[in-house]
Design a protein around this ligand. Structure first.
Ligand SMILES: [Zn+2]
Ligand SMILES: [Zn+2]
Length: 140
């Protein structure tokens, strides 16, 4: 995801309003590695700007995803997770608390199914490692 300042310009050039609420969300997402849900981001945002609505959070996240600034991930944790990291990367997912970490997997782009792709034109492969994070291993 690009910086809050650049995103402000990108939104304006598309005729989208850039309110203080949206600018707060841009700042909260910039370099955010927690893969927040919309609700988690809303909780942090409303602590800093009481009165921001969950609807604004959803709308802003959807706009950013449509603009290709944010990845929307379904990693089986119950709600969509939002990831501003657009680099080629993969994920560690904690089955207990839902924590998600970025990891790099050398050779992931070379992965291919045994027996070929059955006519699919594969465009990407996502590797998800599931298990228990360090915190949950200590306090199960
Ligand atoms: Zn955990
Ligand atoms: Zn990620």
């Amino acid at each position: 995801m690009r910086s809050a300042a650049v995103l402000t310009e990108a939104f304006r050039s598309r005729g989208l309003k850039v309110t203080p609420q949206r600018q707060l969300l841009f700042r909260l997402l910039e370099a955010n590695t927690s893969h927040p849900t919309a609700e988690a981001l809303y909780a942090v945002a409303s602590a800093q700007m009481p009165g921001i609505s969950l609807r604004t959070v959803y709308q802003t996240l959807n706009d950013l995803a449509e603009m290709g600034e944010l990845q929307m991930l379904d990693l089986g944790t119950g709600a969509a997770r939002f990831d501003p990291n657009l680099d080629d990367h993969h994920h560690l997912v904690c089955d207990v608390c839902g924590e998600i970490r970025d990891v790099h997997v050398p050779g992931a782009d070379l992965l291919a199914p045994t027996g070929g792709t059955q006519g699919f034109a594969v465009t990407s492969a996502q590797v998800v490692f599931r298990g228990h994070c360090a915190q949950c291993r200590v306090n199960p």
